[in-house]
Design a binder for this molecule. Structure first.
Ligand SMILES: *Cc1c(COP(=O)(O)O)cnc(C)c1O
Length: 343
């Protein structure tokens, strides 16, 4: 039995999700008449109390469309040094939006109102114009750390005081919502735009949504077409999204509980030096100085455990819909056998 903990994107659609996809009513989304896409966009917008939504192929696309739509060439985007929009989107802020980036060194990838304030450019002709703040929730590189509403409200206040837009990379926003018990509507009122992923913890094969005001989404839709992101009978994929929003959100707490159990297992391993706090479904741990993460991950793979190196001595596990209690027990046995040959 292979245990795949590389990401919460590795899930396969469940039989019930596939059934929903096979039986979807579809149209042509570029022509604006795919009923299932329209239903998903409306459902998501309503859930967050936002005006409109745009269904896209990936979280990279929804983030990039948001940044491009919010900014003008030469503008400055404030984000954390660990953020996905900066680290893992191919330099897209520079390529797609022609914008510059002002990196913040936050705590586990999280900005604070004071940090944002410190990074707003003065009105000076030498400087780019600060236009947009991007938050990530939960923070992937921060080990699944999350914001609370009061923390975000303080950042929103700074944005309002300085005429800045606020975007959320919410690839794993539902993990944060499940953990804090906060409401999606509260998020809808605080952000100008929100990106959520359906293919992360929610188990869809494809899909992300960008949420925002109607005129913002209209412009983002133009850019999506320009980038070749217009699609036709996308309702088959949207049906998976509707199914996931209805059935796969509440169960995320199981992923969080299993992640914490993995943390307890790791505490007993001599090769593990440090375990990052486990707040949601991401487990990051540091190996002893003499063990390289790449070697360790290779050895795990030989035992049928798939993980990703997350730095020179860091390894990441992510729990998800297809990682069961049976997998958890099996993982414990294999980790206990010892992974590194010790002399
Ligand atoms: C996965 C992820 C995305 C989007 O990734 P895609 O693979 O393009 O869907 C965006 N932000 C964060 C924090 C992510 O983890």
């Amino acid at each position: 039995m292979s245990i795949d903990l590389r990401s919460d994107t590795v899930t396969k659609p469940t039989p019930a999700m596939l059934e929903a996809m096979f039986t979807a009513e579809v149209g042509d989304d570029v022509l604006g008449d795919d009923p299932t896409v329209l239903a998903l966009e409306e459902k998501a917008a309503r859930l967050f109390g936002m005006e409109a939504a745009l269904f896209c192929t990936s979280g990279t696309m929804t983030n990039q469309l948001a940044i491009r739509t919010h900014t003008r060439p030469g503008d400055d985007v404030i984000c954390d040094q660990l953020s996905h929009v900066y680290l893992y989107e191919g330099g897209g802020i520079a390529v797609n939006a022609l914008a510059s980036v002002n990196l913040v060194h936050g705590e586990r990838g999280k900005l604070t109102a004071d940090l944002v304030l410190d990074h707003i450019q003065p009105d000076d002709l030498h400087k780019p114009i600060s236009r947009l703040v991007c938050l990530e929730n939960t923070v992937n590189k921060g080990g699944g750390s999350y914001y609370t509403i009061p923390e975000i409200a303080a950042i929103r206040q700074v944005c309002d005081d300085h005429g800045l837009r606020l975007h959320l990379d919410g690839a794993r926003l539902f993990n944060a919502l499940i953990e804090t018990g906060e409401s999606p509507e509260a998020y809808g009122t605080l952000f100008d735009s929100i990106s959520i992923c359906l293919s992360k913890g929610l188990g869809c094969p494809v899909g992300s949504l960008l949420l925002g005001k109607a005129d913002f989404i209209k412009q983002a839709r133009r850019y999506r077409k320009l980038m070749g992101g217009g699609w036709r009978q996308a309702g088959y994929l949207a049906a998976a999204g509707i199914y996931a929003l209805d059935h796969h959100v509440n169960r995320l707490k199981l992923d969080h509980a299993r992640a914490r159990k993995i943390g307890q297992m790791l505490e007993h391993l001599p090769e593990v030096e440090e375990i990052y706090p486990i707040d949601t479904n991401i487990v990051i741990f540091r190996l002893n100085q003499n063990i390289l993460a790449a070697d360790y991950v290779d050895q795990l793979a030989r035992k049928g455990i798939l993980a990703v190196p997350f730095g020179r001595h860091l390894v990441r596990f992510v729990t998800h819909l297809d990682f069961t209690d049976e997998h958890l027990e099996n993982l414990e046995l294999k980790l206990k056998e010892g992974v590194v040959s010790r002399s």
